[in-house]
Ligand binder design. Structure first.
Ligand code: GLU
Length: 293
């Protein structure tokens, strides 16, 4: 591309149809839209529905209705992650060929028991930035024969990234450029804080982290605008982008809206649901005001 031609910024709003959108999603969608307008860029909508058990067509329809009510528009066709499992499988196969993934057989209950047994002896089990215990290294230590034997017995398994091996491949310090409401500037990424992250679930042929980096690259996303709850996940995204040779977008993590008790809004928080607010007779302008815009 000639040096004087700057690619158009590309933003995306990427909700999961596993519940109704709330005011916080409204803030995210409006910010993406407004920043695209301000920069002369494009704004895409992506439906992140890899969780086939929790995502429903009804919630998806509600997303379209809420966004249309907010006066937001998006390009067609929209990308629905459930239609692109092959793209995530290809990325997983690439990491496999690099020797960076392993089948993970421990159930949630087994992990819990291992952690509890360890902590009973007065030791602290390391937690990730979201507070969940890191995955024990038991499966990473298994021999190829042992893995094969367990898989041929049909034992359910996920696929996880071997974080230690992955970090050994990264030669330069990882960071990202941040313009949001938390710390800004060049932010050092610390993917190791997440341990052996899941890349393909036992009940879904991908994971949030894997599909989000694959799609951001495939869709040419230049600006990721999302809530501060995903700030630390960016460390993992930068690692996967580096391992998979994908470009890095700029990141803008915006403030989270809290409920009256100071808790983060959740999809079950009825009174701040966009549909509920619409049915109460509020307007799109009211939503902007309530979201502090
Ligand atoms: N699908 C994610 C969510 O609904 C957002 C992913 C992202 O913006 O990176 O929380």
């Amino acid at each position: 591309m000639p040096a004087n031609v700057h690619p158009k910024p590309v933003f995306r709003f990427a909700p999961s149809p596993n519940g109704l959108l709330h005011l916080g999603h409204g803030l995210s969608a409006i910010l993406n839209h407004d920043m695209a307008v301000e920069t002369g860029g494009r704004c895409l909508l992506r439906i992140e529905d890899i969780d086939l058990t929790r995502c429903t067509p009804e919630y998806e329809q509600a997303i379209f209705e809420d966004l249309a009510w907010l006066g937001l528009t998006w390009e067609e066709p929209i990308r629905k992650q459930s239609q692109h499992f092959d793209a995530y499988a290809a990325a997983l196969a690439r990491l496999d060929a690099m020797g960076l993934i392993y089948p993970a057989f421990l159930t949630r209950g087994e992990v819990k028991a291992i952690v509890a047994a360890h902590e009973k002896t007065g030791n602290i089990w390391p937690r990730d930035p979201d507070g969940s215990p890191l995955y024990p290294d038991r499966d990473a230590q298994r021999s190829a024969e042992e893995r094969q034997a367990l898989m041929s017995q049909g034992i359910r398994h996920a696929w996880r990234l071997d974080m230690k091996k992955a970090m050994q491949l990264v030669k330069t310090p990882l960071n990202w450029q941040e313009t949001g409401d938390g710390a800004r500037g060049t932010i050092p990424a610390d993917p190791a804080a997440w341990g052996d992250i899941i890349l393909s679930r036992s009940d879904a042929p991908s994971s949030y982290h894997l599909s989000v980096v694959v799609d951001d690259a495939l869709q040419g996303i230049t600006h990721v605008v999302r809530g501060l709850d995903l700030y630390h996940a960016t460390s993992v995204h930068r690692l996967l982008q580096t391992l998979l040779d994908l470009p890095q977008p700029l990141y803008h993590h915006h403030r989270l809206l809290l409920d009256q008790d100071g808790k983060k809004l959740s999809k079950s928080s009825g009174s701040t649901g966009l549909k509920h607010l619409r049915e109460q007779g509020l307007s799109a302008a009211d939503i902007r005001r309530l979201a502090g815009l």
